[in-house]
Write a protein that binds this ligand. Sequence first.
Ligand code: UTP
Ligand code: MG
Length: 577
Amino acid sequence: MLVTLIRRYSKPYMPYIFAVIAFQLASTIAALYLPSLNAQIIDEGVSRGDIDFIWRTGGIMLVVAFIQVGTAIAGVYFGSKAAMAVGRDLRRGVFRKVTSFSAKDVNTFGAPTLITRGTNDVQQVQMLVLMGLNFMVSTPIMCIGGIIMALREDINLSWLVWVSVPVLIVVVGYLVVRLMPLFRSMQKKIDRINEVLREQIIGIRVVRAFVREPYETERFGEANKELTDVSLKIGALFVLMFPAIGMILHLSTAAVLWFGGQRVDSGDMQVGALTAFLQYLLQILVAVMMGTFMAMMIPRASVCADRIGEVLDVEPSIHDPAHPETPAALEGVVEYRNVTFAYPGAEAPVLSNISFTARPGETLAIIGSTGAGKSSLLSLLPRLYDVAEGEVLLDGVSVSKMDRAEITRRVALVPQRPYLFSGTIEHNLRFGKTEATEEELWEALHVAQGEGFVREKKNGLASRIAQGGTNVSGGQRQRLCIARALVTKPKVYLFDDSFSALDVATDARLRAALKRTTADATVIIVAQRISTITDADQILVLDNGRIVDRGTHDELLETSPTYQEIVESQLSVEEVA
Ligand code: UTP
Ligand code: MG
C-alpha cells in the first residue's frame, strides 16, 4: 500500500523528483571529492612546501565545497517541495473521500480515526517521502563511493571498513528493532489520550452535572501515565543510541589513526591519504546511520499508509446514479411505497412496510414513542440512508435514481440534533443557499422566531457561532436550524422534532408563521407534543417501525388506542406541571 500510495501521489511531481536526484548526485560526488583534494594538499603541498600548489588546490576545494553546499540546498528545497505537495494531495484525497461518505460509511470507521487518518497518518507518510527524497540518492552513493575512494587511498586499511560498518549496522539495527514496537504502541497511546480528552471536553456539562471530575481525572491520568511510560522507554533507548553511535565512530577513528599511523611510520602510507581515509570512513558510517534511521520509518509509515488506503478505497455506499433522472414536475409530492429499512449490521428492520403520500399544501405529522423509527423514516428521503425494500418517491421518481443535489434542491431537513458550524450566524443561514440576500435571511429568521434574539446581539447576523453552535441556547440553535432550512425555500420540509426545545407559546407562534410561508410546500413534522400536530392534515402513528394508525387528530382520538394513550399521557403530564 505504501508503495502504491506514494507512487500514485508523487506522479505529478516527477520533475521535482528528477531535480532532487540530479542535485543530490552532484552534491554527493562533490562531498566525495573533497577529502581526496585535502589529501593532495597535505601530501603534495605541505610536505614539499609547495605554497603555489596549496593555493591552487585550496581554490579548487573552495569551489567544490560551494558546489556541494549549493546543490545540497537545492536538493533539499525540491525534495521538501515534492514531499509537502504529496502530503497536501493525500490530505485532500482523504478529505474529499470522507465528504463523499454516507452516514453509514462514517459510522463504520468512527469520526476520531477518520480525523487521525487525515492528519497524523498523512503526516507520517509525508515525513517518509521527505526523508526518502533527501537520503534516497545520497546514502547509497555515499556508501559505495566512500568505500571505493577509501580503498583508493589505502587498500591495506580496508579491513577497518569491513569491521566498523557491520558493527554500526548491528548496533543501530538492534536499537531500531527495539524501538519500533514502542513507537507503534506510542501511536496507540496518543490515540487513547485524544479519545479521552475529546470525550471529556464534549461531555463537560454532563461531567460537571454528575460531579464525575475525580473519575474522569483518573481516567485521563491513566492514559497519560501509559503514554509517559512508553515515552520513557523510548527515551531510555535513545539515551543509549547516541553514545553507542558516538563510540563506534570514535573507536573507528582511533583504529584508523593507530593502524594508519604505523603504516605512515613505516613509510607505506602518506599522512594526507590517512586523513582522507579517515574522512571517507566517517562519511560511510554517517550514511549507514542515516540509511538505518530511514529504514526505521518505513514500518510506521506503512502502517499509516494502510490506514489511509482503507479510507481511500471505500466505495461510498450511497452515490449518485450514473444516469440520474430528473422529475418533470417541481412540486414536492412525497410517496413512501412499502418501505422497509434496517440499519447496517442490525438484524431486525427498524421500519417495515411504510406507505404514505404527502402532497404540497398538506402537513403530515408523525408521532410515536421514542425509538419508534421516526428519525429513520425521515432520513430516507434525502438519502442519508437507502431503503432495503420498497421505494421512496419524490415527484414520482425514486430518490435512488436522482442526483442528490436535485433532491436537496427540493427537500430541506431540520435534523433532530440541531447542528451549527463555526462561523457567523449569516454564514450558517446561507449554508443551503449561498446567494441568498440579507432580506431573505431576516425573513427566514422572522418566521423561525429567531429575529428577536439575533437583533439583540451586538453584531446581528455577523455574530460568531462556536463549533457545533454551543454558544447559543438549545432553543436558539433549533430556531437557527429552522431558519437555515427556510432560506433554501424547498418544496418539502422535514422537521424532526424541531420544536421540542421551544416553549409552548413560541412553538405556537412559529407554527402559525410557518403555515403562511409553507402554504404551497409539503410539510412533514415529527413531534412529541400532541399540541404541535392537532391541525395536521394527516397523522401517522408509528410504533415499533410500523404505521399502526393514521388519520386526523379527531379521527385518531376516536379510533386509535395508541394515539389515545399518547394524548392521555401528555394530558396528565401537563396537569401535573
Ligand atoms: P430513530 O432514531 O428512528 O427513533 O431510531 P425515533 O423515533 O426518531 O426516536 P426519538 O423519538 O427521536 O427518540 C429507531 C431505532 O433505530 C435504531 C435504534 O435502535 C432505534 O431504536 N437506530 C437508530 C440504529 O440502529 N442506528 C442509528 O444510527 C439510529
Ligand atoms: Mg428521532
